[in-house]
Each structure stands twice: as C-alpha cells, then as structure tokens.
Design a protein around this ligand. Sequence first.
Ligand code: URA
Length: 238
Amino acid sequence: MSKQTLDRILQSQGFGTRKWCAELIADGEVSINGEVVTDSRAAFETSGLQFTLFGETWTYREHVYIALNKPADYECSRKPSHHPGVLSLLPEQFARRDVQPVGRLDHDTTGLLLMSDDGTFIHAQSSPKRHIPKVYVATTHEPVTPQLVAQLLGGVKLHDEPSPLAAVTCHMVDAHQLEIVLEQGKYHQVKRMLAAAGNHCTALHRSQIGNLKLDALGLAEGEWCYLGEAQRALLASD
Ligand code: URA
C-alpha cells in the first residue's frame, strides 16, 4: 500500500510534468469518486485508484502491459523515419511514461506486439535464454513445398549467423502460407530464413507469443488492450 500526492500520481501515469499536473488539478480537471479535487497535494492510496481527467476515467497502474494488434505500415523504432510509430496508436500519456515495444516487428509485419514500461518485463520477454516461442504466419511468393518445410525445420544458414537457425515447428497452411514457430528473434528472421530456403515472404503476421493468442484478445487491427496477470502468465509458458 502506498499513498502519493495527486500531482505525483498524475505525473507517474504520464499526464505531464508535476507542475503541469498540479495546474490541471487546480483548474478542476481531475475528479476522484465523482468529486472534483483541486488540492494537488492531497494524498491518495494508489492501489486500485481511479481518477477522471478531461472526462475520461483511468485506473492507476504502476506499470502497463499492453498487447497491440499491429497494422502494417507502422514502425517499432523509437524514432520512426518512414511510417508512423506504433506508439501513435496508444493514448499519448503512454509515450511519456516510456512505454516501448518488446522486441520489434518489421514495418510491414502485422499482429501481436507487446508493449510495456516495465524494464524487467521487457528484458525477461526479450531474453534469448527464455526460449519463448513466437508463432508467425508467413505468406510466400513461391508455393510452399514439403522440401521448404523440411529445410526450415532442419535449419538454414543466414549471413552473419554462426550456426544454422531452425524453426521449432513449421507446417503448411495452404499453397502459399505456412505457420512457423521460432524461439529466437533475430533481425528479419522469418523473411531471411524463407529467402535462404529459396522462397520469398510477401506478408508476415505474428499470431501468438508463448501461449497468448492474438485471436483470443479480440482486437481489431490497430486496437490495443491491457494484459492482466493471467494473460502475462501465458507469455512465459510454451
Ligand atoms: N521475422 C521477420 O522477418 N520480421 C518480423 O517482423 C518478425 C520476424
């Protein structure tokens, strides 16, 4: 249990500097339990706290854990250059509290992207030691053949990688689509593996991380949701 003053609470949630938040409070923009609070130094228990700002109600969160259904033509980099950044799909206070993507999807890759401001979580999810499986559906230019599947399962040599990289599982979905499960997250890994096996990836979608399935979240493209503890627990398991 911890109490904090309202200006610090709003600042911690990404709504601006402490001074700016104190002004919002003094201006009567913030209410708690239906009551406008104008004293920025009033202290509140943060756990479970709900506050309303500009008519929208938010729950205090020490950290945020987010799943985004990433559309194509959004970049995961911090300083996007050719397309808008994925952070532009979230409420603006999240960027201010340093929410960032967990790993990266290419600008043209769609599907499940995790985002958080919890460094420990980001590190754990990105760690190669955890072997967290990630499921991709790749559309291919040339037809999918049993040989292609066998090559991807057996391992293909990529430029700059000391040893061949193999899919954990791989199977044909239809004539031009395969589902491939990887445990590593090397740069352009699916596309490079398909190229090394003599095919070409024309579209890529991430459908699952660990046991967390994008479909189960019911998010339309571009939509996001918070992940609760039970959903985060699915991320770790394989
Ligand atoms: N592999 C790729 O080639 N691109 C991605 O975005 C993710 C995995």
